[in-house]
Design a protein around this ligand. Structure first.
Ligand code: AMP
Length: 217
């Protein structure tokens, strides 16, 4: 049986992580977020974490070689046998080629979903984002602050800003996205695999559109 492979494309702050989680749980497929995998490695202080920490903090991209190894070993796991939802990979044309070779024949059946949002929205979402150190609950200082501003409403632990959400690093992440990742949109469009969505709407509305797209695939 052909695997269902969904790729969520979009700039940082487009909500692709949230949507990837929702769609993965809807389809019963693993959610593979390379950003989450790398952050876990950094928190654990593993060899990988030590290699990527300063790169991530600067808002730059980790090398394609490292990413290929990380993604290949994850996709080879048994839970990906019926499909997977990719969030944050591929991000460069080299990664597109690496993904093709990892997926072999399945690469022709990708469903690529691009979530579009304006740069203003992105800045507000990212620079305002805070998350709980303990349970991971996410707040936004502009739109949905925690009651005290500093402690999590759910578990009382401190609420902090991700290092790479500072204004300076967000600008760098956006620059990198435009330069390295936007060409993928053109590429997947040419192959007829791309679907576009307006990501400025409520989470549920975007999710519903993604489900509709997947039903048609
Ligand atoms: P994200 O949570 O997807 O925004 O990723 C956070 C950071 O992890 C990025 O700014 C990069 O430094 C790194 N990263 C995640 N995925 C990739 C990737 N596919 N290629 C290179 N670097 C990545």
């Amino acid at each position: 049986m052909a695997r269902k492979i969904v790729v969520l494309l979009g700039p940082p702050g487009s909500g692709k992580g949230t949507q990837a989680k929702l769609v993965a749980s809807y389809c019963g497929l693993p959610h593979i977020s390379t950003g989450d995998m790398l952050r876990t490695a950094v928190t654990e202080g593993s060899d990988l974490g030590l290699r990527v920490r300063s790169i991530m903090e600067a808002g730059a991209l980790v090398s394609d070689d490292i990413m290929r190894d990380v993604v290949k070993s994850r996709i080879e796991k048994l839970d990906c046998r019926y499909g997977l939802v990719l969030d944050g990979f591929p991000r460069t044309m080299q990664q597109v080629q690496d993904l093709d070779s990892i997926l072999a024949d399945d690469s022709k059946r990708l469903g690529v979903i691009q979530i579009q949002v304006s740069q203003d929205t992105i800045r507000k979402r990212l620079v305002g984002r805070r998350s709980c150190l303990s349970c991971g609950k996410v707040f936004n200082v502009y739109e949905s602050p925690s009651s005290s501003g500093m402690l999590c409403d759910a578990c009382g632990a401190p609420v902090v800003q991700r290092r790479d959400d500072s204004e300076e690093v967000v600008n760098e992440r956006l620059r990198v996205y435009t330069q390295q990742t936007e060409p993928l949109v053109v590429y997947y469009k040419k192959l007829g695999l791309l679907h576009n969505l307006d990501g400025e709407r409520e989470v549920e509305a975007v999710h519903k559109d993604i489900v509709d797209i997947l039903k048609r695939l």
